[in-house]
Design a protein around this ligand. Structure first.
Ligand SMILES: NC(=O)c1ccc[n+]([C@@H]2O[C@H](COP(=O)([O-])OP(=O)(O)OC[C@H]3O[C@@H](n4cnc5c(N)ncnc54)[C@H](OP(=O)(O)O)[C@@H]3O)[C@@H](O)[C@H]2O)c1
Length: 334
């Protein structure tokens, strides 16, 4: 049967040409998939990335972390102190700031540590002037633009409050622009700097019912790529993190798994893979956790973007239903 088909194709030059072309394209596609997977494995397990010494670790340089009193941001502050940076932490809550300062001192008594209280959703010009004056006094070589807020639960755009929409835009976009604009001139002047921007998988696969959060992270992705290209010749590295889920207050996930690391596992991996793309195909972007990298690879290689978008819609419709039911039950119990 197969032999007959082969002879029929060989006898017809156009069919034979077509078959060769299809085989060639198929092999190219498969080859691209396999190469992507191999490079992912190399990056995650073997590629050491850039050393933090290049950015001033152990040389009296400062790392600035926004949203540093909880979750991923707090872990960045602790790990950067552990790796011999002085650390400036910024967040809203003074008691939480005090507590993290103490934790940093315990982790590395030799690191200098400062705190600055700021609500990035409602900053005043005077507060930014004060922060700029403080930053200008320090040798800032690492900026972790970590602070981020999302919707309280999946919600259709037309039902979201104007207040929450403004908060997401101010915290996730404006704060990142303002912080970077204040710090990047001194990094350029020394030809030395690392800017880590907290992105999210919701930028890779747009997420209905979290549309403003998703859009804000798409901004972070696009802006980070453009900025990364602008700054690479000036000795300043931009690293956009394409993060899937991490255990935290924001994700409302308490248990870690293969796909969901704890902040300490996540941040340790990020800091040991600077400049390494992991599973991401997007310039200046990294997903250094195996589970996240495989998710990136799967989205790149299987099904259409529309498929993933509609999958996300169904997923978040279900999450909303469950969250509403939980809220209803809680209200009844109260
Ligand atoms: N966790 C995940 O699964 C996940 C996934 C993808 C991306 N990300 C991104 O990772 C980043 C960190 O997320 P996370 O899960 O670690 O969050 P988190 O646990 O909720 O911590 C948020 C931090 O930001 C501070 N913060 C919140 N609103 C603020 C405001 N208006 N002004 C100043 N500080 C504020 C909080 O402290 P105070 O309340 O004391 O101010 C806290 O220190 C975010 O950009 C998020 O979008 C997280």
């Amino acid at each position: 049967m197969f032999e007959e088909q082969f002879q029929a194709v060989s006898a017809n030059p156009s069919l034979a040409m077509c078959a060769i072309l299809c085989t060639f394209l198929g092999a190219m596609y498969l080859g691209r998939m396999v190469l992507g997977l191999l490079s992912l494995v190399f990056d995650i397990f073997l590629n050491p990335g850039l050393s933090l010494t290049r950015f001033g670790a152990g040389q009296g340089h400062w790392a600035v972390v926004t949203g540093a009193t909880d979750g991923i941001g707090k872990q960045f502050a602790l790990d950067l102190a552990r790796r011999k940076f002085n650390v400036l932490i910024i967040a809203r809550n003074p008691a939480k700031l005090d507590a993290v300062v103490e934790e940093i001192r315990a982790v590395n008594p030799e690191s200098a540590v400062k705190q600055f209280q700021l609500d990035f959703a409602h900053p005043t010009e005077a507060q930014y002037l004060e922060l700029k004056a403080l930053l200008d006094e320090l040798t800032v070589s690492v900026l972790v633009n970590n602070v981020g807020v999302s919707h309280d639960m999946p919600v259709p755009f037309h039902l979201e409050t104007e207040e929450r929409i403004n908060d997401i835009v101010s915290v996730n976009i404006k704060a990142m622009l303002k912080m970077t604009h204040m710090v990047v001139p001194q990094m350029i002047s020394r030809s030395r700097g690392l800017i880590i921007n907290s992105g999210s998988f919701v930028a890779t696969v747009p997420t209905p019912l979290l549309s403003v959060y998703s859009g804000s992270k798409a901004f972070v992705s696009t802006w980070s790529q453009a900025l990364g290209a602008e700054l690479q010749s000036k000795g300043v590295i931009v690293e956009h993190l394409n993060t899937y889920f991490v255990v935290s207050a924001m994700s409302k996930i308490r248990r870690s798994s293969f796909m969901i690391p704890t902040p300490d596992v996540y941040v340790r991996k990020v800091l040991s893979r600077i400049g390494v793309r992991g599973g991401s195909n997007v310039p200046f972007t990294s997903s250094p956790i195996l589970g996240h990298a495989l998710a990136d690879w799967a989205v790149d290689n299987f099904f259409s973007r529309r498929f993933w978008l509609m999958y996300n819609l169904t997923l978040h419709q279900d999450i909303r239903k469950r969250a509403l039911k939980k809220r209803e039950l809680a209200a009844k119990e109260y």
